[in-house]
Design a protein around this ligand. Sequence first.
Ligand code: SF4
Length: 295
Amino acid sequence: MARDDKKSPPDTSPRKPAPKPAPKRATAPAEPGRKAKPAGNKAAAGKTAAREATPAAPEMVKRRRAVANAAAALAGRDIAPWTPAEVAEAFSRFEAADPEPKGELDYVDPFTLLVAVVLSAQATDVGVNKAARTLFAAAPTPEAMVALGEEGVAGHIRTLGLYRGKARNVVELSRRLVAEFGGAVPADRAILETLPGVGRKTANVVLNIAFGLPTIAVDTHLFRVANRTGLSAGKNPLEVELGLERMIPNRFKLHAHHWLILHGRYVCKARAPECWRCLIADLCRWPSKTAAPAA
Ligand code: SF4
């Protein structure tokens, strides 16, 4: 989707560019996925009652029950909440497996990180990195980005979806940084969210990676993992974020969103989670765990 992340809430440690400075990396925040509708309004209850009044084949009953269980897990209903000990155990395992999780977006400083994350909406990290390489070479600072102008920026990023809107946002946010903040990226979520193309998710990524704050950026992967596992069920990214903030021990918070995003991207995949190789499978509340494929 080529929307900016203000329109859709959702998606991390750095590398320096060398000899041509090795770029730092951050995980691109992807858009949050669709979530299950909460069940339980009157109309739904009436339909359920009507269905239940009709005898159903055992297979159909089984299927309905499986769907209901999955929906309950997605909505965080009727599942045992994680205990503090379980949460600590899960993040201890993530930490042991990947003590310093790295993202996949290239950047060199807070400004280029901010721009890269803005460009990453509806785009792959690989695509963003490729486009951003020439863009950052031409305009590594807000001042240079303003001088390059919208058409100039668009020329570097036209391989990305919604590149015209992104070019407009990048130039305007650069202009604001120069005019209001002396060209620096403010370490303040509320201010960041006033910049064009920047929503809470992007602000959280920048605060976490560029400034080392323990923020949790909820992208589509993290949203899915939190709901599936029952770790922090929520109807929207903000609910999930606030739930995770409450339950994750402080010592894990800095890397928590990287671990969960990467877990969602590479293991707890959207269509077919690879539960058989999941390091938190015994803790996860998802009722439909997948078995290992036949050899
Ligand atoms: S057990 Fe499966 S559903 Fe649960 S977190 Fe692991 S991969 Fe995801």
